[in-house]
Design a protein around this ligand. Structure first.
Ligand code: FES
Length: 123
């Protein structure tokens, strides 16, 4: 995060939003390609889809496949192990509807930092 002190001058900066976690830079994302990040040791997959940052649990509920290494088929992430499909904007599983992954709200601030609403993960 930004330094709060610079050469003896106190800089007023926005505090980190409560319940949100900084998770990398928007400029590091490529459309349709997943990136793995962690919040309190919990793996999250970030995808840039249609210009928006989407965040879902990175572990597939079938057999813990790495969804961050999956690919997008339209708005669906395809697990690289057995090809279960998940809606990137909701986490809904199309292959096994009773096995969704968690979807997280995201935002990108004016510095290009990606924030993920961590909720109870970071406690
Ligand atoms: S581990 Fe993801 S479909 Fe099997």
């Amino acid at each position: 995060m930004a330094d709060r002190w610079t050469q003896g001058t106190f800089l007023l900066v926005d505090p980190e939003p409560v319940g949100w976690q900084a998770c990398g830079r928007f400029s590091d994302l490529e459309e349709g390609k997943g990136v793995a990040v962690q919040i309190a040791g919990h793996p999250i997959a970030l995808f840039l889809y249609d210009g928006n940052v989407e965040a879902i649990d990175a572990r597939c509920p079938h057999a813990a496949g790495p969804l961050d290494r999956g690919w997008l088929d339209g708005g669906r992430v395809v697990c690289p192990l057995h090809r279960w499909k998940f809606e990137i904007r909701t986490g809904q599983c199309l292959t096994a509807p009773d096995k969704p992954v968690r979807h997280y709200r995201t935002r990108v601030d004016e510095t290009g930092t990606i924030w993920v609403e961590s909720g109870d993960l970071a406690k």
